[in-house]
Design a protein around this ligand. Structure first.
Ligand code: PEP
Ligand code: MN
Length: 332
């Protein structure tokens, strides 16, 4: 059960409400976000919520039986959306984020930024802290690279999404990103998720390579219940027995996440299939399946990219994809 509290509830009234709910047999987690105040109440017994709904200080009460609660669509029927100035993520808009897998150098960032601006993309992606399967692969330019990325994006009025791998990188990155990305490998790094709950910047959280849909939602719940409601879910493909593609993009996850949660859902077709020529097909499928947006990898010369070149679109392919996305969006 979720009890939504009045935001300006006095401490004394809050305590007396908590005591009353406890006597009904609930254990309570108090959640205070930048937006609202909630009591997340767990009990094995069913309770008459009419009794609770009429208590002073209560805005609303909802029964949510899932293991995730605050990210569930069962209490918040209207989809949530995030605003980055005039850029909306979620709601009726379809938001595109694109850029290289990794930030490499000024010339690379500049050419991709120009490509994005020319094609109407407002959010640029690019990793400076790169989780790589092999310890010998390029692991990113770190904070210095992020500052360079930021300075170039500022000139083009582009917003930035970049991956945070550890809790102590949050502060270092804070002034230089608009959205923190949690990668597939950190999808269940609960310390990191908890720390991101303390920031006021949006967080895009990717599904783990062997994570279920409910596990992704529970990971998002960690961030929300730690204080940050600005969340974006991302399907990026899972590991299955199939080895004809790098990962298996789980198209099912899009409508299921949209039904289960009020959070915006973004598709990452680049990691989802891992094969450049098929990225556009998966991107269009994700839009048709109801995704709120797209994040894909693009590079002027994908064959020279320091990471994930095999799944990275070149500028011609990227322009063509954006055209087709617009056509399909208008059609739908
Ligand atoms: C990335 O976005 O470049 C990345 C490393 O993605 P993932 O965490 O999905 O593997
Ligand atoms: Mn990548």
């Amino acid at each position: 059960m979720i009890i939504q509290l009045e935001n300006d509830l006095k401490e004394q009234d809050r305590q007396s409400l908590i005591n009353k709910v406890k006597t009904e047999g609930f254990t309570i987690t108090e959640v205070n976000t930048q937006v609202g105040a909630y009591l997340v109440c767990i009990s094995k017994n069913s309770s008459d919520i009419r009794k609770i709904g009429s208590l002073p200080g209560v805005v609303d009460v909802h029964i949510v039986s899932d293991s995730y609660k605050l990210v569930s669509a069962k209490w918040k029927l209207t989809p949530s959306s995030i605003l980055l100035d005039d850029i909306q993520i979620g709601g009726s808009d379809f938001t595109v984020m694109a850029g290289p897998c990794a930030i490499e150098n000024e010339a690379q960032v500049d050419s991709i930024a120009q490509h994005l601006v020319a094609n109407g993309v407002r959010i640029m992606r690019g990793g400076v802290f790169k989780p790589r399967s092999s310890p010998y692969s390029f692991k990113g330019l770190g904070k210095e690279g992020l500052v360079m990325f930021y300075n170039i994006c500022k000139q083009y009025d582009l917003k930035i999404i970049s991956e945070v791998m550890e809790a102590d990188q949050i502060e270092q990155m804070y002034n230089f990103v608009d959205i923190f990305q949690v990668g597939a490998r950190n999808s269940q790094n609960f310390n990191l998720l908890h720390a991101l709950g303390k920031t006021d910047k949006p967080v895009l959280i990717k599904r783990g390579t062997s994570g279920t849909i409910d596990e992704l939602l529970q990971s998002a719940e960690y961030i929300f219940s730690s204080g940050n409601e600005k969340l974006i879910l991302c399907e990026r493909g899972i590991r299955t027995f199939e080895n004809a593609s790098r990962n298996t993009f789980d198209i099912n996850a899009i409508p299921i996440l949209k039904k289960k949660s009020h959070l915006p859902v973004i598709a990452d077709p680049s990691h989802g299939i891992g094969i450049r020529e098929h990225v556009p097909a998966i991107a269009l499928a994700a839009l048709a399946a109801g995704a709120d947006g797209l994040m894909y990898e693009v590079h002027e010369k994908p064959e020279e990219a320091l990471s994930d070149g095999q799944q990275t679109l070149n500028f011609i392919e990227s322009t063509d994809l954006l055209k087709r996305i617009k056509q399909l969006y208008d059609l739908l």
